[in-house]
Write a protein that binds this ligand. Structure first.
Ligand SMILES: [Zn+2]
Ligand SMILES: [Zn+2]
Length: 362
C-alpha cells in the first residue's frame, strides 16, 4: 500500500512564484488528505500530478490566512467538477474553532452552493496556545445556525487525559491533533497506521502438518483451525510479530509545543514535517512571531527520535536552491543548521511539488 506526501506550497506569509502558500497532500490508497490550503492551492494542484477531486479530508492547522485562504476557492472548483450524488460521503474538514463560520459565510456571501456534502469539525484550542492578548473566544459567532448542507460537524475539546484530540479512527489508522504555541492557536497532526498482522511462519505450519490452502488464509485472518487429526492451531502459534504501521507528523506554525502529548505522539515518527520560517541567526525574531528555526525544529525531532525531518514554511526570501539569484540567501544554510543538531542525520528541505514516499515496513 503506497503512501506519499507531496508539498504544494512551502512558503510562509503569502504565495510567490517560487513557493506557494502552505499546503501539502498525504496520499494513501489513492485518497488525498489535504493539510492546509493557502491561497493558490487549487492552481498548485493543477500543476502537480495529484487530482484535487480525490480529496476526502482537509485539515487546517491554524487560522492565519496563508494556511486557509485557498479553501473557499478550492471547494467551489471541486463543486464545478463534481456531479450531484446523494450517496457521496461528505468531505470532512477539520480545523480550529471559527473555521466553520468562515466557510459558511464565504459560501453564503458569494452565493455558492456546493454540489457535494461537507462537514466542518472544529477543534477548541486552549488559552496557553498563544500570547494572552491574541486569544479570541469567538463567542459572538452564531452557533445555533443550521448547517446549509448535510451534517453539522463535531466540536472537539481537548481530551484532558490524552492531552490530544481524536479526529479520525478506523480499522487501519488513527489521526490525532495536538497543541502548538504560535501567535494564534495552532495544531499539529499525527497519522499512525495500526499494526498489520505478522507473516505466517511457513516452516512452523509445515512442521505442524498444515497444508498450504484455505487454512492459511483463516489463520492469517485470526481464526483458529482444527486439523483432521483433531489438533487445534491458533493464529498466535504460527504468526510472526505484528508489523508496525507508518507514522507521519505534520505540524502547523509554532515556536514550540504545548503540553507533553506532542513529543509522545511524534515519538519515532517515520516523517516529521516541521516549519523553519527563519534561519538560526534570527531565532529571537522567529520566536517573537511564533515561528521556528532549523535548530528548534531539529531539537524537537531529536527529542522524538524521528527517522526523517522535513523542513518547510520558509520565509519567501529563501528561494529553492536551483532558483537562487546572486546575493540572495542560501536555503542550504537551513539544512546544515538542522543537520548539525541531528548529528549528521540528513534533513530534507521541502520544495513545491516535491514528493516523499513513505514505504511500508516489512
Ligand atoms: Zn504561516
Ligand atoms: Zn501562522
Amino acid at each position: 500500500m503506497s503512501m506519499d506526501v507531496t508539498f504544494l506550497g512551502t512558503g510562509s506569509a503569502y504565495p510567490s512564484p517560487t513557493r506557494g502558500a502552505s499546503a501539502l497532500v498525504l496520499r494513501r490508497e489513492g485518497e488525498c488528505w489535504l493539510f492546509d490550503c493557502g491561497e493558490g492551492t487549487q492552481t498548485q494542484f493543477m500543476k502537480s500530478h495529484l487530482r484535487a477531486g480525490r480529496i476526502t479530508k482537509i485539515f487546517i492547522t491554524h487560522l492565519h490566512g496563508d494556511h486557509f485562504f485557498g479553501l473557499p476557492g478550492l471547494l467551489c472548483t471541486l463543486s464545478l467538477q463534481s456531479s450531484p450524488d446523494p450517496n457521496k460521503p461528505p468531505v470532512d474538514i477539520y480545523g480550529p474553532f471559527g473555521l466553520r463560520n468562515f466557510i459558511w459565510r464565504s459560501m453564503e456571501l458569494s452565493h455558492s452552493q456546493l454540489l457535494f456534502p461537507y462537514t466542518v469539525h472544529e477543534l477548541v484550542p486552549t488559552r496557553d496556545q498563544c500570547p494572552a492578548e491574541e486569544f479570541k473566544e469567538f463567542s459572538d459567532l452564531d452557533r445555533d445556525e443550521v448547517s446549509p448542507q448535510g451534517v453539522q460537524g463535531r466540536i472537539l475539546h481537548l481530551d484532558p487525559v490524552e492531552n490530544s484530540y481524536l479526529l479520525v479512527e478506523d480499522e487501519q489508522l488513527v489521526l490525532k491533533a495536538f497543541r502548538l504555541f504560535h501567535r494564534i492557536p495552532s495544531f499539529g497532526f499525527v497519522m499512525e497506521e495500526k499494526p498489520r498482522t505478522g507473516k505466517l511462519n511457513v516452516q512452523k505450519l509445515k512442521d505442524l502438518g498444515v497444508q498450504p490452502g484455505p487454512l492459511y488464509g483463516k489463520l492469517k485472518n485470526g481464526t483458529a483451525v482444527v486439523l483432521e487429526n483433531g489438533v487445534t492451531i491458533s493464529p498466535s502459534d504460527v504468526l510472526e510479530a505484528p508489523i508496525p504501521g507508518r507514522k507521519i507528523c505534520i505540524l502547523g506554525d509554532c515556536s514550540g509545543v504545548v503540553g507533553d502529548a506532542a513529543a509522545k505522539l511524534c515519538c519515532e515518527a517515520d516523517v516529521l514535517i516541521h516549519e523553519a520560517t527563519l534561519d538560526d541567526t534570527q531565532e529571537e525574531k522567529a520566536r517573537e512571531h511564533g515561528h521556528s528555526t532549523p535548530k528548534m525544529a531539529a531539537d524537537f525531532a531529536k527529542l522524538c527520535k524521528v527517522k526523517k525531518l522535513v523542513l518547510t514554511h520558509f520565509s519567501q526570501r529563501y528561494k529553492p536552491a536551483a532558483q537562487r539569484g546572486e546575493g540572495e540567501l542560501d536555503i542550504t544554510d537551513l539544512k546544515r543548521q538542522a543537520e548539525s543538531v541531528l548529528d549528521g542525520q540528513e534533513v530534507t528541505l521541502a520544495e513545491d511539488f516535491m514528493t516523499i514516499e513513505i514505504p511500508m515496513k516489512k
